[in-house]
Design a protein around this ligand. Structure first.
Ligand SMILES: [Zn+2]
Length: 148
């Protein structure tokens, strides 16, 4: 009699009936250790078969389909690029046109000291960053509410 016990792979193959090796079945019939291993693996396989997929409180397929639809919609909007380009041209034109109007405003900055200009610039950057972060946070919050 073979005194070496079966490997886990051999026991799993036996449980899944993927082996036709008569040595393995003979060993299992005489060895209590390997027989108990087979019972454990059979119980495990039966438990795995009886586990049902996770049930969600929402329709998962619908949510995924909506997300895919949103992504496809984003891809299709080539017109949005044209709109962005048009808006950029309008803004640039407005800025260039209003440079003559902005001259007195720019002269105010020229008359200020360097440290005052730096302070104004840093303050403006901080306000813009704060607004951008706030807008992003609100957008994420709304997005989360939408997909809950
Ligand atoms: Zn054994």
């Amino acid at each position: 009699m073979n005194t070496k016990h079966l490997t886990d792979e051999a026991v799993q193959d036996f449980v899944l009936q993927e082996t036709t090796d008569s040595e393995i079945s003979r060993h299992i019939s005489v060895c209590a250790d390997c027989k108990s291993k087979v019972e454990v693996y059979r119980a495990l396989m039966n438990t795995m078969d009886s586990i049902h997929p996770e049930a969600f409180p929402f329709d998962l397929v619908e949510v995924v389909t909506q997300r895919i639809a949103v992504k496809e919609h984003k891809r299709k909007t080539l017109g949005s690029y044209a709109l962005s380009l048009l808006l950029s041209i309008v803004i640039l034109g407005t800025v260039l046109y209003s440079l003559s109007i902005l001259k007195p405003v720019l002269q105010v900055f020229h008359s200020l000291k360097m440290i005052d200009n730096a302070l104004i610039l840093v303050t403006a950057i901080c306000i813009c960053a704060f607004l951008l972060i706030d807008i992003t946070r609100q957008y994420k919050k709304k997005e989360m509410m939408l997909f809950q």
